[in-house]
Design a protein around this ligand. Sequence first.
Ligand code: UDP
Ligand code: MG
Length: 319
Amino acid sequence: MDDAAPRSLTLVIPLYNEAESLPELVAQIGTVRATLGLPVQILFIDDGSTDASWAVIQRLAAEHPGFTGVRFRRNFGKAAALQAGFERATGDVVFTLDADLQDDPAEIPGFLAALAAGKDVVSGWKQVRHDPVYKVLPSRIFNAMVSRTTGVKLHDHNCGFKAYRRDVVKSVRLYGELHRFVPVLAAAQGFRVGERVVRHRARKFGRSKFGWQRFLKGFLDMLGVRFVTAFGRRPLHAFGALAFLGFGLTGLFSVAGFMAWFAGYASLGFVGLLAASVSATLGGQAFLVGLVAELLVAKLAPTSSPFAITETLGLGDPP
Ligand code: UDP
Ligand code: MG
């Protein structure tokens, strides 16, 4: 792991219809950039905006050095925008921050200090939030659940403001709507994850792009990420365990059913045998699904590495 002081930074800024916020955001970035003494690449990812966002970015890029941008053909979602940014980022440290002025670029030096203290990922924690209560409360529950389920204990998984060592963003691949789970995916590869409190500001222009569905989707994504990080390379272990459970229950129900039958409770015996055949069928199904999943993993194995290397010794080539 390269713990040396960063020689350059990249700010990845996903945005969807944020034209009004951009000039002020750029001014705030300019202020902090002047104090950093490092080259800073600013990478706007316009996620299919239908307002004047892209025109504003073009104008700003003409006025300021170091401004770059990617424009999606349509709205693909925040995770896709972050992935596009991660692929193009050139800095030693990569920041993600929202474009809506809720994240304060003045926090950047604090994040750098937290990385220097030995983390690979530092996630923002909006300890005092300026969001409506109907958003804050479910968010607390979501964070507690994700921390418990994934073992990555953060107070604010969904905070858009995060800092990553370059290795992290080049190793993690975001798919679906996993923008809330980058630290979880990074931790699964052995990266060190920390958090730091950030000042949160109320949205000044426009409105949030995520409705109540975010909690439902976030919950399903949590289950998906948990499954993939635990069993992504060995699905038969998960489905096989379910199959054993099914077959175990089949045995139990059969014995109980026959016993009831011989004791003269014919209808109870019938119910037992019915339950036995249902569990046998479900167990068999689970086993077959496990085999199919295993087959997929075996076919994909040549294209994905089963390990993550942090350093090599005496081999010359970079990891
Ligand atoms: N965003 C995006 N694509 C989308 C939705 C949102 O790039 O499909 C951007 C949005 O413009 C903002 C950031 O992601 O810069 C966070 O979105 P928002 O402020 O709406 O989320 P919230 O603060 O409500 O969590
Ligand atoms: Mg916001």
